[in-house]
Design a protein around this ligand. Structure first.
Ligand code: F6P
Length: 369
């Protein structure tokens, strides 16, 4: 961390949104740009399509009007990309494709446009690359984004509340049709290797079974819960399953590999796998629903708009007051920051003794264990 104030050194900043998109990205862009322009009279650049824009030198100046009226907009006005990894970028020269580290080129692009500091609004992959950039002499500030809330070092990421709201509303709708048809409905939600969305949306929707990556399930236990409900006259059941959930002794279900992505594994398919197994074991009518990318879309909730605004503002304040190469975090209700080098490459999973798990068990929810 630099100890001197950055106020005399920083005249121009750039903003980038990397990785999978997430509700609240525009709210952060707006907060960073407006704070930079209003409070510090900085020049602000927007980098297009995440690291790809930096690699290909695609960036433009953002004026005040460009970031006005975007607070409630889903997606990102800058575009994003969850493939381009500057540290392992496939380049084709004379028909020969080789993976190269182009992070130096990215730092050169920033220098060419006179940018003094880069704001990386991103998840795991974006953060890991940002930490390497920082090692290459760039000044970087990170803002934690992801619907999955799985970023290490912060209690909360913006986008999570919106994703949980979307998933809960969808499960509420599935609840009524499950009741009419006396069915077992298995709803798959996102979240990669962590079960935060499944746990929160599962509890909020009063689901009967919640399956988390952190608690490998036993098929018999899931069936016991739904058959038990059926025998007690509760003729339908709702099962929420995280895309990273797996059977005890088994593996996560991989939907596909995207080799040029910082995290090449795309999980998905567990609900469709479970639907046949549960139907066969219980003789009940079962259906699978995969919520998918609707969890990443739409307008951010008021909570996420406020969180994104405070993250963006804090990132600029920290930078202008001498902090560089840090990630803004929220711990125990307080905003602060941690070195990118300390948080890069680490994820935050649901602890087995989490209070929501205990509450869910107390109200009769099963976890398949
Ligand atoms: O990392 C966020 C996330 O939404 C995951 O939960 C999901 O598996 C993945 O992104 C999907 O990525 P893509 O945009 O490549 O479909």
């Amino acid at each position: 961390m630099e100890t001197e104030m950055n106020r005399d050194k920083i005249k121009s900043i750039a903003i980038m949104t990397g990785g999978g998109d997430c509700p609240g990205l525009n709210a952060v862009i707006r907060a960073v740009a407006k704070t930079a322009i209003n409070k510090y009279a900085l020049e602000v650049w927007g980098i297009e399509d995440g690291y790809l824009g930096l690699i290909e030198d695609r960036m433009h100046v953002l004026g005040y009007n460009d970031v006005s009226n975007i607070l409630t907009l889903g997606g990102t006005i800058l575009g994003s990309c969850n493939k381009a990894n500057p540290c392992e970028y496939p380049m084709t020269v004379n028909g020969d494709t080789r993976v190269r580290d182009v992070s130096n080129n990215c730092v050169r692009t920033l220098k060419k446009h006179g940018v003094d500091a880069l704001f990386c609004i991103g998840g795991d992959g974006t953060r890991a690359s940002a930490a390497l950039f920082a090692g290459n002499g760039a000044k970087v500030m990170g803002v934690p984004k992801t619907i999955g809330n799985d970023l290490y070092g912060t209690d909360i990421t913006f986008g999570f509340d919106t994703a949980v709201t979307t998933a809960t509303e969808a499960i509420d709708k599935i609840h009524t049709t499950a009741g009419s048809h006396h069915r077992v409905m298995i709803i798959e939600v996102m979240g990669r290797y962590a079960g935060w969305i499944a746990l929160h949306a599962g509890v909020a929707s009063g689901s009967d079974v919640i399956l988390l990556p952190e608690m490998p399930y036993e098929l018999d236990k899931i069936c016991e819960t739904v058959v038990g409900r059926s025998q007690r006259g509760r003729r339908f059941s709702i099962i929420v399953v995280a895309e990273g959930a797996k059977e005890k002794g088994g593996d996560m279900v991989v939907a596909k590999r995207i080799d040029d992505s910082p995290d090449p594994i795309r999980l998905g398919g567990i609900a469709n796998l479970l639907v046949d197994k549960i139907a066969k074991a219980t003789n009940l009518d079962c259906r699978a629903v995969v919520l998918g990318h609707i969890q990443r879309g739409g307008t951010p909730t008021p909570f996420d708009r406020a969180l994104a605004t405070s993250f963006g503002f804090t990132a600029v304040e920290l930078l202008m007051n001498g902090t560089v190469n840090h990630l803004v975090v929220k711990k125990a209700g307080k905003l602060s920051s941690l070195p990118l080098s300390e948080v890069a490459g680490k994820i935050k999973t649901v602890p087995g003794d989490h209070e929501l798990i205990q509450a869910a068990i107390a109200v009769g929810t099963g976890f398949g264990v």
